[in-house]
Write a protein that binds this ligand. Sequence first.
Ligand SMILES: Nc1nc2c(ncn2[C@@H]2O[C@H](COP(=O)(O)OP(=O)(O)OP(=O)(O)O)[C@@H](O)[C@H]2O)c(=O)[nH]1
Ligand SMILES: [Mg+2]
Length: 255
Amino acid sequence: MKERTKERNITRLEGEGVLIVMPTYNEVVNIAPLLEDIHKILPKVHVLVVDDASPDGTGEVVDKLASKDSRIFTLHRSDKLGLGTAYIQGFKWALEREYNYICEMDADFSHQPKYLTALLEAVGEADLVLGSRYVKQGGVENWTPFRKLLSKGGSIYARTILGVSIMDLTGGFKVFRRRVLEEVDLNSVRSNGYAFQIEMTYRSIVQGFRVKEVPIRFVDRLGGSSKMSWKVFLEGVAMVWWLKLSVRPDTASRE
Ligand SMILES: Nc1nc2c(ncn2[C@@H]2O[C@H](COP(=O)(O)OP(=O)(O)OP(=O)(O)O)[C@@H](O)[C@H]2O)c(=O)[nH]1
Ligand SMILES: [Mg+2]
């Protein structure tokens, strides 16, 4: 029995049964080298790129790669519809297929592929694993003090209001066990921008799932430009209150 468990773990660490959902908007300089780096670390992992008709041609680059590589898939959307809905569509795509672990990851090298192994290892003892900047040995590189304040302040704000012990609620480098996405009611998820990360983690906690934080060093995007805006930030501030007042465990999904 022990041997079989060990074997399963090893295949997960190669990426078997794992899907990375990766939303993209204008990531043409990053996407091909990033996919290559990911597959060096997890040779069997599948990656679903959800592209919102990026004007820089990111979607076409991924299509070309996908035509030669059966581990790469693309979902094309007609317009820039936001990070949250891109992930929800990607999660539904995953649940229609046989993936056991579903990862979230940015396409700008801020989430370094070298951490994927530690995240997948940790999901052996948790239902949701968060790549965390605000635990010991985690951190942020090359951010302005203002950006740091905004991000760390956002996590402290959300954590205090929601009454959870998670240090990094706003990060988007995560691994979900399949059953988390099956049980959390994806159709009820409301936030689309920055707050989407807080909402998914909070809903998982409310649903009773075990969450574990693993340290990551987050580096500033390698190329391209940020899509962070005041609108996205303010959505986060308001959404935390809405989550606190309205999210309850979804019992229907457990029947
Ligand atoms: N499909 C899709 N992807 C998006 C959208 N907005 C952002 N993204 C992608 O989501 C990921 C995170 O977005 P970023 O612009 O890096 O946002 P951020 O990490 O908060 O900001 P920076 O740290 O400045 O890069 C990247 O892979 C983006 O290309 C969107 O509306 N649709
Ligand atoms: Mg980024």
